[in-house]
Design a protein. Structure first.
Lengths: 285, 161
């Protein structure tokens, strides 16, 4: 199908961008990679009156590292995040997740910030942000504010982003001493939306885990931190504690049925993922 | 609303200047305005990969990219790649291995495979399958497609060494 007619503007400066957003309010949609927006517009699930194309705002692209954090500009393409040596070395979780983000042609266009702004419940990047306890940098005409990922994702496609604001970057802590990351997801076809997925981090010493953070996606309207399962994994990892953590997922998660599979299947897959991912965290490297 | 926009771009090394509606996809622009119908339009929501074209050297979904976004860019389609001979070996392998049946997915499949072959001619069958995961084929069951890409990759590695 074809999208409904719309007007098109491509601002050259942030000031022009905020001017357009103020002028058009809820009638405007921001076009970054467009890999979800154009699909929903083609299917007439959304029909903004004007698209504001931010691809001319080069200052929104790029990856930078300071002593304790890594920042990814909102307009940075998935393919550039995937090939970044800084991301691979300093925040392995994001590097591990990137090959699962859609397909090659979509990763060439889709943007990191777009994924954070859309907040698709089956998307990998929001779960990584929550797992890493990262921050979302949001800019509006009035200035810049940073929101913890743990409070930014509020519901199904619902975030802390307000009208007239735009996600400009994300900031995540770099890998600490002894910290490890692991990631996996289950899909029918590689690159499709996850039926269930898991982003995990922990401090690892031999086969002992501390500070375990398990962020699930595809199982609720937002990424979900599995607190009780994480607590059950603190200590030496063996079959019985993995089993206890899997049982704890019964109370941590409350999945919904979706077009791909039932809630019961999602819960089962979440338990399969826990086993796989935890064993990877403690595997000899 | 929906004011037409002037765009200029290079398509298969030829300069193109047109006035387009903002809502026209790059795939529809290529097919309907330029009459290059090798680029196919299938699902129109980014799932099937039939509309794959190159934008500034990278493969993209022609249905999820607007023609206005290609302003100032370099676009390459299956017609351009065929004419330049860049993927002649891959196309021959598709014929030899019977990797094209109805042919609807073939242009997108070739562009997608070409990107992998250029980046990593040592790619394994599993890596080939992952790379073409965004391109649906409803005829071949993919086996013949993977065979064709793999044999092209091995031949290129052989020639390079």
């Amino acid at each position: 199908m074809k999208p409904a007619p719309f007007a098109y503007e491509k601002p050259g400066t942030m000031a022009e961008l905020f001017g357009l957003l103020a002028e058009h309010g809820a009638d405007a949609a921001i076009l970054a990679g467009g890999q979800s927006l154009m699909a929903t517009m083609n299917m007439r699930l959304s029909a903004p009156e004007i698209l504001v194309d931010i691809n001319g705002l080069k200052e929104l692209s790029g990856i930078s590292v300071s002593e304790d954090k890594l920042s990814i500009g909102a307009l940075t393409r998935h393919c550039d995040v995937a090939s970044s040596e800084d991301v691979a070395a300093r925040v392995p979780l994001i590097h591990l997740a990137m090959p699962y983000v859609a397909h090659a042609a979509i990763r060439n266009r889709g943007t990191f910030g777009g994924s954070v702004a859309l907040a698709d419940p089956a998307s990998e990047i929001p779960a990584c942000m929550v797992c890493l306890d990262g921050e979302i940098e949001i800019t509006g005409a009035m200035g810049v504010r940073c929101v913890p990922a743990t409070t930014y994702f509020k519901g199904l496609y619902e975030t802390d982003l307000q009208e007239g604001e735009i996600v400009t970057a994300v900031h995540v802590p770099v890998l600490g001493d002894g910290e490890r990351h692991a990631f996996d997801e289950i899909t029918r076809r590689h690159g499709d939306y996850a039926m269930a997925g898991l982003a995990a981090s922990a401090s690892v010493s031999g086969t002992t885990l501390l500070n375990v953070r398990l962020a699930y996606f595809g199982v609720a309207g937002t990424p979900v931190l599995a607190i009780k399962a994480g607590a059950a994994l603190e200590g030496t990892i063996n079959d019985s504690c993995i089993s206890a953590a899997q049982n704890a997922l019964d109370s941590d998660l409350d999945p919904f049925d979706d077009i791909g599979c039932s809630a019961a299947t999602k819960l089962h897959l979440a338990k399969v993922l826990l086993d796989r991912v935890v064993r990877r965290l403690v595997a000899v490297q | 609303m929906d004011k037409a926009v002037q765009v200029s771009m290079s398509v298969n090394s030829e300069a193109v200047n047109r006035t387009v509606e903002p809502r026209q996809s790059l795939a529809d622009f290529i097919r309907n305005e330029l009459e290059l119908t090798g680029t196919h339009v299938g699902c129109e929501h980014g799932v099937c990969g039939a509309c794959t074209v190159r934008l500034d050297g990278q493969i993209v979904r022609g249905c999820l990219t607007l023609a206005v976004q290609a302003d100032g860019c370099t676009v390459e389609t299956i017609e351009g790649l065929t004419e330049s001979g860049e993927i002649a070996d891959l196309q021959n392998a598709f014929v030899t291995r019977n990797a094209a049946q109805c042919g609807f997915c073939t242009p997108g499949m070739l562009l997608t495979a070409a990107e992998l072959l250029a980046a990593d001619p040592g790619a394994s069958r599993e890596e080939i399958r992952k790379h073409i995961s965004g391109n649906y084929c409803r005829c071949t069951g993919y086996q013949a497609v993977v065979d064709a890409i793999e044999s092209t990759a091995r031949n290129r590695l052989g020639e390079a060494s």
